[in-house]
Design a protein around this ligand. Sequence first.
Ligand code: NAP
Length: 282
Amino acid sequence: MKRVVLLGSPVAHSLSPVIQNAAFQVSGLDWCYEAIETEAEELEPALDRMRAEAWPGANVTIPLKEAVMPLLDELDPSAIEVSAVNTVVNEGGHLVGHNTDSSGFMRDLRAHWRVPTHGVAVILGAGGAARAVAAALARQGLELVLIARSERRAGMLADHIQLRHSGKATAIPWNRQAFQRIPPDCVLIVNATPLGMAPADQDSPWPAEVPIPAAAFVYDLVYTPRETRLVQEARLSGHQSVSGGGMLLEQGALSYEQWTGRRAPRRQMRATLRRAQERLHA
Ligand code: NAP
């Protein structure tokens, strides 16, 4: 049996194993997908093992998406663009790093909304997922406002967007005034923080006293619960809104296609994800 692994910490909550194992099974592949709790110092030995045991590949998640980059043999342009790797493909012992988060996000966003080519998009957070989202939106031509707790991280991301994508990006520290300063013609709000994630925290990252700009589509990367508080509240105030299950599915389907060279069975993967989310919140 061929083994594909998820490396990171924590990984116990991840729904990727159920989705990928369903995909392998539907496709008749004798492969298994396994989450392995991996600390930074365990990453290089895990990659050596991947080469030695000819595992087809891996997903990499927090906090290792950047740390893995110098340990690989090659970086695909998708990883260079975001400066983070979430997918490793083992090409006969030559490990290539890809990023499917960025395209996965954009594919899912496009499935729900006609994404404009200009206007302001607000991203909450400046971590790995925010970088993938920022690259996708800058590619689309949107101007970015990055609101994050860490001014340094948000500033670095804004610099990256300006340098690599020649896009306009402004970093703002996270406080009430930041939300009040959001331009009223903002077209998109993306939550790329874990705020709202069950079971620990089901708050909305958006302050209740600040109205969501009227024309904004709201996308929450959090996918447990299936409908986050932010998504529910946005819908109640008349906004189109969606949470991150679709992105999880798309980035996973794109990773599957990199490892197997086959088209991912998205319909079955989506049904499996939905059942897993229902089980979690039964
Ligand atoms: P990350 O690299 O740890 O970054 C998290 C970001 O959120 C950082 O900017 C962090 O700020 C900020 N943050 C954390 N707690 C906060 C709080 N209480 N208030 C304000 N900001 C806070 O994590 P990530 O990989 O970007 O993931 C972020 C979220 O996206 C997670 O919930 C993850 O599950 C989700 N995600 C979903 C998908 C999908 O496919 N749907 C894919 C990737 C990620 P500091 O820098 O100050 O800590």
